[in-house]
Design a protein around this ligand. Structure first.
Ligand SMILES: [Zn+2]
Length: 124
């Protein structure tokens, strides 16, 4: 009986900790300024995708391979066939203003913040 109670208490503690963790995570992410990824390819109009929805985006064209992955609020180039591979070596970017550039393929991925968020950061 005692063992059961101990298990129950342990389960409760774990649940409370988990709930706290998720609430904290939500609060933290709502305060983040990094929200949107801007993708520029050549001279085209940039496209925008959310930084908070995990995705794999294939930007390959004309035999130029570039695949980016968005995961846990970060972006990285998972595949490219450019000659320098600097974009792949750049690794994960997470902060507003960070960017991954693939010069040979004229591709640039930048993280943008929401305007309100940026003002908040400046006034702190
Ligand atoms: Zn590259």
């Amino acid at each position: 009986m005692n063992e059961m109670k101990r298990a129950d208490v342990l389960l409760m503690v774990v649940l409370v900790l988990l709930a706290g963790f998720f609430i904290l995570r939500n609060v933290m992410s709502s305060q983040e300024t990094a929200q949107i990824i801007e993708i520029r390819q050549g001279n085209e109009e940039p496209t925008y995708v959310s930084l908070h929805e995990d995705a794999i985006i294939d930007l390959s064209r004309d035999g130029k391979i570039n695949v980016i992955q968005i995961i846990d609020g970060s972006v990285h180039m998972i595949e490219a066939n450019c000659r320098d591979h600097l974009c792949v070596k750049k690794g994960h970017i997470t902060k507003v203003g960070d960017s991954i550039v693939c010069l040979p393929h004229r591709l640039a991925i930048s993280i943008l913040g929401e305007e309100e968020g940026e003002i908040d950061v400046l006034s702190q």
